[in-house]
Design a protein around this ligand. Structure first.
Ligand code: SAM
Length: 220
């Protein structure tokens, strides 16, 4: 699943035709509980699920699946050059790093020539709107161009959650500067069957503004 709209890889085939995933070595970045890796393994692929959070990987382990789990920073991937055919990430790592080019360059390094990296994140346009599913989420409340990160702190003033904003143009420049070609930018439309609300995502908002941006990148 690429995002709360419900677009899944069976429908989208952004990693390529589903029947060609068999045997492919695929790195999932910011895997969390490794939902994508689990689906990829079920297609006969050979995924590796990577996350910075040991706790998230414990959830992945508990849910199960026969594939390696790697606890590491996406900005310093512990793999040799050219180790994977494909890489993917659903809302993982990239929104949470101050230097996305570091991650993109690392992913490019570990991909084989012709390899594809598909990643989704909150659509940059949403930065300007409050994170509310109802009508209050439909009015611009801050500048789309303000790159100040969103930070939540604990009682001691330590940052416990940090999300970085990049404009759509910033994302395109990051991708190109890291040596990838941008092959597609998918903005899933809200489907009629999806009546659920999740955080700031809802049918009301989803029918008016994009919630997810999916970048399809290839290396030469
Ligand atoms: C919003 S969750 C997405 C999880 C999963 N992909 C999903 O679709 O449910 C973001 C994940 O990125 C991980 N993450 C954040 N920064 C990271 C980094 N620098 N390197 C690797 N993983 C990171 C977090 O630990 C978290 O599990």
């Amino acid at each position: 699943m690429w995002g709360p709209e419900g677009l899944d890889e069976v429908e989208a085939e952004l990693l390529g035709p589903q029947e060609e995933l068999k045997g492919k070595e695929i790195l999932e970045i910011g895997a969390g509980a490794a939902q994508c890796a689990r689906w990829l393994a079920a297609q006969g692929a050979r995924p590796v699920a990577l996350d910075l959070s040991h706790r998230q990987l414990q959830h992945a382990l508990r849910i199960g699946g026969v594939f390696p789990l790697v606890c590491a920073d996406a900005g310093a991937l512990p793999f040799a050059d050219g180790s994977f055919d494909l890489a993917c990430s659903a809302y993982g790592a990239l929104p949470f790093v101050a230097d996305p080019r570091l991650v993109l360059r690392e992913v490019r390094r570990v991909l084989r020539p012709g390899g594809r990296f598909v990643f989704s994140l909150t659509h940059p346009l949403r930065w300007a709107f409050p994170d509310e599913p109802g009508p209050e989420g439909l009015s611009v409340s801050s500048s789309y161009f303000d790159r100040t990160p969103y930070v939540e702190q604990d009682e001691q003033g330590h940052a416990v959650y940090v999300e970085h904003h990049r404009t759509l143009g910033d994302r395109v420049r990051d991708i190109v500067a890291s040596g990838f070609r941008l092959v597609d930018l998918v903005e899933p439309e809200w489907p009629a069957w999806n009546t659920s609300e999740w955080g700031g995502w809802s049918p009301l908002r989803g029918n008016l503004v994009p919630g997810t941006a999916i970048f399809v990148c290839e290396r030469d």
